[in-house]
Structures are given as structure tokens and as C-alpha cells.
Design a protein around this ligand. Structure first.
Ligand code: S3P
Length: 450
């Protein structure tokens, strides 16, 4: 249980912890590369710690700096160096879909058998989306209960490349296939209805893999896809003999975590907040585009571009209006839709969120759960098959919020609480540890007079 009430002023600077998607990949790819990789600003949240524990169980030495747990060293053993103590090896993937799905692509071509299983929420999420393409590549992967969900049993086998058309724009699906493609015979291609986050392509390229993503039907050079265009795209990878550590990876701040601070700064009356060093990869920056379309005042400062582009975001109280969020932008803000719905409830006019049926298969059914909780706070919202219609402008009042153990619901409604009248109670705030263990400390650190 966690109690929150309205904030009158929000001021100061916040440094957001490392990006969850990039932290997972940094551990995964460092583990199967030759050499030592130093990872800075690694996200020490429950999900990323699940990935770390799985690779330790697969025989990889990973050391945390005693003075700073976000500074880790991974001693990679090469593409064929994973060496579990037993086969099958049982891997606990906790609440993490990213761990389960991407690791399946890495484990499918190994010489041992793995069983991947997580908590009740994870074990009810759809896995057919990776089982199907991996099986087409020659993988031996079964759902132990026959329900298309984890536990997954993967018996290592030889793989061959495929040319796969994914129905959903999912970076987890794409990444599982690309990772398997590293080990497969021939070229592997994945087509997506619109480009999902490209962290795998960027990072595998930094490890020496021959990989790229491009808009469908164009002859654009590697990295030339226009994610802001939102059109169909494909990613391709060639098999590799070995990956080589780039030495160091610095993980940018997570824009999905920054989203709560962007929303809070827009909604709280007297707010000006600097959110430092946030990743603004164009396949992830849909929050910035959608919030600006709603009238959010966001200024980018100190931009820098290494493997991943980053900037400070300076956000202040904004007068928001409704908008339409749908089409190709959805994969670039899929995790931010719950907090965008909160912003929409307090914006003038109607907001339509569409083409976002994927929300139903996240850590909770986020269409149902956002609708239930915003209604409890007095919002005028209707759930649809692929999103929500929110008629904004009515004040929100405090309520009891059911998070269903979903971190993004807890954090979105913590923001709603700051902009609502009266007291809001989250039934469970501990789920924030999945992606942002210090969330409440960081948020309340900005609330003046809290
Ligand atoms: C992620 C991809 C997204 C996102 C998830 C992290 C990733 O899922 O919702 O939080 O790291 O690849 P999908 O790929 O299933 O859309």
C-alpha cells in the first residue's frame, strides 16, 4: 500500500536509471562475445537482475563493483562458450518477457537443453510469437503445458536462416530471431509492420555482427530506416563465427522511466524539471512526439550520440489538449501508453489511442487496467479492442488503485495521484522494482513540501 496526494510544485533535476531494454541486451551480448565488457549505468532492477542470474547459471562470470552495483563486468566466453552445470538447465526469468523471449533465440542453437520459466504473470504471456519463427529456423522449442506460454523447453539444435514476416511490431520477437540468426546457416530476415526498437541491431553491430534495419522496399543504407515515418521495415543478420566485446557500454537513462517525470512535470501546476541523460533513440521517442502533439513543453539539451542518442529533457507545466495516437508510432511508445492515458484524462478534449492491442498482453491487460483505474479516479474513458477513448478535461480525484502487480500501472497512477484532488492509494507499489526500484524516492524528491 502506498499513499500519495496532490503536488503543488515540482522542481529540480533527476537522473533516471539505465534503460531496461539496453541493459538486458548488454548482458546477453557481452556473455556470448569474446572478452571482457564493462557496462556502466546498468539497470539493477528485478527484470535485468533476472537476465544477469540466468547468464551466471549458464557459466558466465559477472562482477558488480562493490561501490556501484550499476557498474558491472561481464567476462564473455564467446558464441559457443555457455556452459551450464546441468542439461537441462532451469532458468528463472522472473517477470521479464524480454529475458524469456530474447534468450530463447540465444538458447535455441546451443548444445544443451534449457527450461525457461517465470512468475505467474510471465507464464501467462504469449510465447507462440517466438516459438513459431524459431521452429521455422529448426529450433526444438515446446511450451511444457501446451498452452503457448512458458515454461518453455528448448533442446539445442542446428538452425537455418528464414525470411519471416512478423504480424506484430515486437522488438522481443525480432531480437529472438536475430540472435538465433547469428548462429544459423544463411541470412535471416525479419519484416515488421513498423520498425520496433532497434537496440539489438545497434548493439550487435557494435559487437561486430553484420546486421542492419531498413525501411521496406528502399535501398537506404544501414541504419537508414526512418522510424518516425512508422512504415514497414525489415532487419537482417548474417551468421557470425564470433562476436567481440567493444570493451565498454554506457547505458543511457530509460525514456520509459523518464516518461513518468515528463507527465508529472506537464501536469503539476508549478513545475520545471530537468531529466538528465535520457535515451532518445528514434525508435523509442514516441513519448516525446505524442506529448508534444498534446502541447507538452519539452526542450532537449546537451544532446550526444554514441551507439544510442541521448539528451537532457527540460519539461515544464503545460496546457495539454487531446490527440490521436495510433499507427506506426505505437511501437515507439507502447510502454508509455498508460501514462499518456493519464495525461489525456487531464487534457482538454478527446484523445484516441488505437492500433495498440499489444497492450492486452503486457505485464497486465493494460487497456482494461488503465480504464478501470482512470474510471475510479473520475475520468471519462472507454476501452476499445485496440486502445482507449478518453474524453479529457474533468478533474481527477483520489481513489484506490489496483496495480495488478504491473510496474507501469503503479508508476502511471502515482503521477495521476500528484495531479488529483485528495488521497490516492496504490494497492501495491513494490512492483516498481521490476524496472525502477528508486522510483518513489526520485519522484517525491522533486515534490516541494512533500
Ligand atoms: C522490449 C520490447 C517491448 C516492450 C518491452 C521491452 C524490449 O515489448 O514492451 O517492455 O526490450 O525488446 P514487445 O517487443 O513485445 O513489443
Amino acid at each position: 500500500m502506498y499513499r500519495l496526494s496532490a503536488a503543488r510544485r515540482l522542481r529540480g533535476d533527476v537522473t533516471i536509471p539505465g534503460d531496461k531494454s539496453i541493459s538486458h541486451r548488454a548482458v546477453m551480448f557481452s556473455s556470448i562475445a569474446r572478452g571482457e565488457t564493462v557496462i556502466r549505468n546498468f539497470l539493477t532492477s528485478a527484470d535485468c537482475l533476472s537476465t544477469m542470474a540466468c547468464f551466471r547459471k549458464l557459466g558466465i562470470r559477472i562482477e558488480e563493483s562493490p561501490s556501484d552495483p550499476s557498474h558491472i563486468r561481464v567476462f564473455g566466453k564467446g558464441m559457443h562458450g555457455l556452459s551450464p552445470e546441468s542439461s537441462p538447465v532451469f532458468l528463472d526469468t522472473g517477470n521479464s518477457g524480454t529475458t524469456t523471449r530474447i534468450m530463447s533465440g540465444i538458447l535455441a542453437p546451443q548444445k544443451f537443453t534449457s527450461v525457461l520459466s517465470g512468475d505467474d504473470s510471465l507464464n501467462s504471456r504469449p510465447m507462440k510469437r517466438i516459438m513459431e519463427p524459431l521452429s521455422l529456423m529448426g529450433a526444438d522449442i515446446i511450451s511444457e503445458k501446451g498452452n503457448g506460454c512458458a515454461p518453455l523447453r528448448i533442446r539445442g539444435s542446428a538452425l537455418h536462416g528464414i525470411d519471416y514476416r512478423s504480424k506484430v511490431a515486437s522488438a522481443q520477437v525480432k531480437s529472438a530471431i536475430l540472435c538465433a540468426g547469428l548462429y544459423a546457416e544463411g541470412t535471416t530476415l525479419v519484416h515488421e509492420p513498423s520498425l520496433s526498437r532497434d537496440h539489438t541491431e545497434r548493439m550487435l553491430a557494435a559487437f561486430g555482427a553484420d546486421v542492419k534495419s531498413e525501411p521496406e522496399g528502399s535501398g537506404a543504407p544501414a541504419g537508414g530506416a526512418d522510424p518516425a515515418g512508422g512504415g514497414a521495415s525489415f532487419s537482417g543478420i548474417l551468421p557470425a563465427d564470433e562476436l567481440y566485446s567493444p570493451g565498454e557500454i554506457t547505458v543511457p537513462g530509460d525514456i520509459s522511466s523518464a516518461a513518468y517525470f515528463i507527465a508529472a512535470a506537464c501536469l503539476v501546476p508549478d513545475a520545471q524539471v530537468r531529466i538528465r541523460n535520457v535515451g532518445i533513440n528514434p525508435t523509442r521517442d514516441g513519448m516525446l512526439r505524442a506529448a508534444r502533439a498534446m502541447g507538452a513543453e519539452i526542450v532537449l539539451e546537451n544532446q550526444n550520440d554514441d551507439v544510442e542518442p541521448c539528451a537532457d529533457l527540460v519539461v515544464k507545466t503545460s496546457s495539454l489538449k487531446g490527440t490521436v495516437i495510433g499507427g506506426g508510432i505505437i511501437p515507439a511508445l507502447i510502454d508509455e501508453l498508460p501514462v499518456l492515458a493519464v495525461m489525456a484524462a487531464l487534457a482538454e478534449g478527446e484523445t484516441i489511442i488505437k492500433d495498440a492491442a499489444e497492450l492486452k498482453v503486457k505485464e497486465s491487460d493494460r487497456i482494461a487496467v488503465v480504464t478501470e483505474n482512470l474510471k475510479a479516479m473520475g475520468a471519462d474513458i472507454t476501452a476499445t479492442d485496440d486502445g482507449m477513448i478518453i474524453r479529457g478535461g474533468k478533474p481527477l480525484h483520489g481513489a484506490l488503485i489496483h496495480t495488478y502487480g504491473d510496474h507501469r500501472i503503479a508508476m502511471s497512477f502515482a503521477v495521476a495521484a500528484l495531479a488529483a484532488e485528495g488521497e490516492t492509494i496504490l494497492d501495491d507499489e513494490t512492483c516498481c522494482s521490476v524496472s525502477y526500484p528508486s522510483f518513489f524516492q526520485d519522484l517525491l524528491g522533486l515534490v516541494e513540501g512533500a
